[in-house]
Design a protein around this ligand. Structure first.
Ligand code: SAM
Length: 276
């Protein structure tokens, strides 16, 4: 485990790069778009005030901070929330949070450590997702709960409802290029999210429940701005995959236009319990 939180763990393979301006904006937009849903799910689990928690692939660390806010302060020397990421540079410090730079593909998280583990928009991006899932489950205490959320990126090309035919076509081309870029080297599994309930059961979890979060966004709101941000972040990869300059411009104008309405990827969330 690398405790130098200013640097990316050297072995990591991840589609985006938190160190760049667009990488930071991407994490911020994800937090704006999806934190209300995640906070609602976590609050519904009512974790004990002395629970030990892990936010895996914490990104901007907003959910780790939410978790820390639900806990009693037990003083120094009591690990409470671990905010783990290959590049946790954007996680603000907090008394009850230990920020850890580590690659989950290679890091042993130990056994029976955590009462609650949360991982959002992480496993879909980790090539060794089943192995990492095993490690997360092993790290749960018996009776502990895991909350996994990932985005369904299949059929993503027809999600705009109020948009010109030109924008719909550019959006569809962007989604196809993005999935092609992500599939290369298995840096993105666009269809992993839909199988989360069966994946949790396959990994031995019980009492599995699942839900889907989706809402319409207008141009300029976080759910659509996300695509402007990704299109800037991965511009060279997307154009190499066939997206034209003209399509990029139409997409970016559209994602800012308040008359445009559309959904972003549905977020699948599954919750499971490790048997005692
Ligand atoms: C798409 S972001 C999601 C961030 C946050 N969980 C959210 O939903 O807003 C994925 C995060 O997982 C981290 N990540 C990707 N691969 C990882 C790995 N192998 N080990 C640890 N963290 C990883 C990235 O650095 C990034 O911060």
């Amino acid at each position: 485990v690398n405790t130098d939180t200013t640097r990316r763990a050297p072995t990591s393979r991840y589609l985006f790069d938190n160190a760049t301006e667009h990488g930071a904006r991407h994490l911020d937009l994800l937090a704006q778009a999806f934190d209300p849903h995640t906070r609602h799910v976590l609050a519904g689990l009512a974790p004990r005030a002395d629970a030990v928690m892990l936010d895996a692939g914490t990104g901007a660390g907003t959910i780790a901070h939410f978790m820390a806010g639900t806990l009693l302060d037990r003083g120094a020397g009591h690990p409470q929330v671990v905010a783990l990421d290959i590049d946790p540079r954007h996680v603000p410090p907090h008394d009850r949070i230990t920020v850890t730079a580590a690659d989950l593909s290679t890091t042993d998280l130990g056994s029976d450590v955590y009462d609650l583990i949360h991982a959002r928009h992480l496993l879909m991006y980790v090539p060794a997702r089943d192995e990492v899932f095993d490690r997360l489950v092993r790290a749960l205490k018996p009776g502990g709960r895991i909350v996994v959320s990932d985005a369904d990126c299949t059929a993503a090309d027809n999600r705009l409802t109020d948009a010109s035919p030109e924008l719909k076509a550019a959006y569809a081309a962007y989604q196809r290029a993005l999935v092609a870029v992500g599939r290369h080297d298995d840096l993105l599994d666009p269809d992993w999210a839909r199988y989360l309930p069966s994946t949790l059961r396959k990994h031995g979890l019980v009492g599995v429940t699942a839900s889907i979060f989706a809402r319409p966004w207008t141009g300029g709101q976080p759910g659509l701005q996300l695509h402007t941000c990704i299109s800037l972040h991965l511009e060279s990869e997307l154009t190499a995959a066939g997206l034209t300059r003209c399509q990029l411009e139409v997409l970016r104008d559209g994602m800012q236009d308040p008359t445009v309405v559309g959904y972003t990827y549905p977020l699948y969330t599954a919750v499971g319990v490790k048997p005692t």
